[in-house]
Design a protein around this ligand. Structure first.
Ligand code: NAD
Length: 313
């Protein structure tokens, strides 16, 4: 029988691209969205699922089992950018709303799917983010939720493996051309209007982002290809970075327990410069981290005094 994969958040972006690739690769592909009418006419089966609504999740999965008799994989893709401002000025509501989709959505869908996946020896594939490994300014709510996804899945993975279910996390860096930014429903003006003490830093951050040219940027299709591998490879690892850039970026965190290397990189996002400065700061940080031997990391924080000026010389 054909393997059945269910993907969340398929109205746009990475989810839609993944559904197209999975259908072409021969999966019975259940593309879910809050408004599945938008998916009519595509080569996959569209069903309604709101990942923040447990009844909607249960109803959708029951329908899949009734019609197809099995579930071999879920792809937790639905996500929201929700806020590019600060929790201090924006308040708790957008923070909680982001967690509802980005963390609790993943937890609820995974929880509901696990019994079905045990029956097939299936897998849970989840779209994380490099921002779930390294925090970023003006991404507090988003990063915090994606960090939490890491903790949830890293804890679940050995338990799931003990019952024959594989857990895989796919970690994209920046992705261009999806509806992610637009879906956040904010404008430069609306963000700056409530930035309070962070107005200057946010201006520089938004300027950098608007100038574009991030060295690690990928398309939704690039990420979808990695997700397809996570679905089809015999034994994918727990964590898959989608680019060499992402691998280098995340490595600094693991290599420097003091956190100084990460701050040196991410502070470069708050300067009135182009992303090229951020790129240079990251590359230099990676080189410095590489140059420090394993033994030295056991000494007190060797890179605590690195300054941004040194990094981007
Ligand atoms: P996108 O906005 O195009 O896709 C996200 C989809 O999730 C949208 O179709 C949206 O309608 C859907 N969604 C939102 N709330 C939902 C809910 N309650 N129930 C069901 N669906 C819901 O953006 P994308 O870039 O394709 O994002 C997909 C995933 O990739 C997200 O998990 C995102 O965090 C992650 N990601 C994105 C980037 C990026 O830079 N765009 C980088 C790393 C990771």
């Amino acid at each position: 029988p054909k393997r059945v994969v269910l993907i969340t958040g398929c109205s746009s972006g990475i989810g839609r691209e993944t559904a197209l690739l999975a259908a072409r690769a021969g999966f019975t592909t259940i593309a879910t969205a809050r408004d599945p009418g938008r998916l009519a006419g595509e080569p996959f089966e569209a069903r309604r699922m709101d990942v923040t609504d447990e009844e909607s999740i249960a109803g959708c999965l029951a329908g899949v089992i009734a019609d197809h008799g099995r579930l071999d994989a879920v792809v937790n893709n639905a996500g929201v950018a929700n806020t590019f401002t600060s929790v201090e000025t924006a308040g708790m509501a957008p923070f909680r709303a982001g967690f509802e989709v980005n963390l609790f959505g993943v937890v609820a869908v995974t929880r509901a799917a696990l019994p079905l996946l045990r029956a097939t020896g299936g897998r849970v594939v989840t779209v994380g983010s490099t921002r779930g490994l390294i925090g970023q300014p003006f991404n507090e709510a988003y990063s915090a939720a994606k960090f939490a996804v890491e903790g949830f899945l890293e804890s679940l993975a050995p338990m799931a493996a003990a019952t024959g279910v594989r857990v895989v996390l796919v970690e994209p860096g920046p992705v261009l051309g999806t509806a992610f930014g637009a879906n956040a429903g904010v404008t430069r003006e609306s963000l700056l209007a409530e930035a309070g003490p962070y107005t200057e830093a946010l201006t520089d951050y938004l300027d950098q982002v608007a100038r574009g040219g991030h060295p690690g940027a990928q398309t939704g299709r690039d990420v979808a290809e990695v997700l397809l591998r996570a679905l089809t490879d015999e034994a994918p690892p727990f964590r898959i970075m989608t680019s060499d850039w992402g691998t280098e970026y995340a490595r600094t965190k693991l290599a420097d327990p003091s956190g100084a290397a990460v701050l040196a990189m991410t502070r470069s996002l708050l300067l009135p410069h182009t992303l090229d400065l951020h790129r240079r700061a990251v590359l230099r940080t990676v080189a410095l981290v590489d140059a420090i031997g394993d033994e030295q990391w056991k000494q007190p924080t060797p890179c605590a005094e690195w300054t941004l000026a040194e990094l981007v010389e």
